[in-house]
Design a protein around this ligand. Sequence first.
Ligand SMILES: Cc1cc2nc3c(=O)[nH]c(=O)nc-3n(C[C@H](O)[C@H](O)[C@H](O)COP(=O)(O)O)c2cc1C
Length: 374
Amino acid sequence: MSMLDKTAPHAQPFFLGTFASNCSGGMTVTKVPERWASSWDNNLRLAHLLDEAGIDFMLPIARWIGYGGETNFHGNVLETITWAAGLLALTRNITVFATTHTAANHPVVVAKQLATIDQISRGRIGLNIVAGWNKPEYEALGLTLPDDHVTRYGYAQEWFDIVQALWERTEAFVWDGTWFKLKNVLGDPRPSSRPPILNAAGSEEGRKFAVRNADFLFTPAIDLARSKDEIIALKEQARAAGSDVDVLTFAHVVCRPTEKEATDYLEHFGRANADWAAVDNLVRLQFAHAQSFPHDLLALIRDRMAAGHGGFPLTGTPEQVADGITALHAAGFRGSTLSFVDYVEEFPYFRDTVLPILEERGIRIAPAAMRSAA
Ligand SMILES: Cc1cc2nc3c(=O)[nH]c(=O)nc-3n(C[C@H](O)[C@H](O)[C@H](O)COP(=O)(O)O)c2cc1C
């Protein structure tokens, strides 16, 4: 059973997960020596901490080449399907997503990989679909990134239609599509229930894809007033299409006993010691090929790109961090991922100080209460 089953009577009011722990640097483009090392051992330590604390999910980034700079940010990356399978075999409750580039992974193979992990995890695998944006990465794989979003998402739609057909149909079938011609194909085994589906996008085509296919759209939270209007519009669009999509975002946490300690540390890792060459590569590629960050806002958030890959800043005391999460909830987000400079070192302080405040405010339910409700 997935923690992200939003229809379950005991679902969390506001979902919490982590993002990018499978990538070197995590979400922080910094040169400080304690920056995140994305080893298997560190990921497993983190997964155990999160699982025991009742955190709902872990989401990886699928990345095939780094962003350069002094640290080659995201140069060391654990592959997400094998990463998810390993973590799920060794945890009990948490949902773990695989992130898949549609162009780099055959849908028949992916459908079976996820059905296999569904058995390993007893229904705790999720799928984050990436329709493509990073041209140098496509070139590294010998693939061509279509310039237009209509083709990218048209391909992704056919890809996901095949995955869903393999998860649903009980008779072998023929697929005669634009991109795929398949003969006598059957999904066996099939997952016990449809895994939660995420799609991260900012473009119009991307949002339409999410409304058609996903349980959650992933978008940045930069201006919360604007997010609030966009979430209302998206949910209306989904209702009109007969679907139900919720919106998740991503946030970067610097939580310390005093505000000064938190802002001093932010200044240290995210400004004075940022890997600005890698930040500029990241921003340049986003401008060139993606609309995941609105371009009028992207130009303004170079600092945020360094400190948390553009994530919503949660900087300050436990009370201030809880206030930030409360503001995301009030803007209509259904949940957020969290990242830290060093996830394993910093998560326990967040767990011990921020989670109780969120529980008092009714935004989170304590793990013990969740277990007795289940
Ligand atoms: C929260 C989030 C997670 C994402 N995860 C990945 C990823 O793991 N790998 C990747 O190549 N792109 C990733 N993307 C990029 C998107 O999937 C998408 O291709 C990109 O934002 C272009 O979107 P657009 O269609 O709005 O232009 C992510 C984007 C966001 C906002």
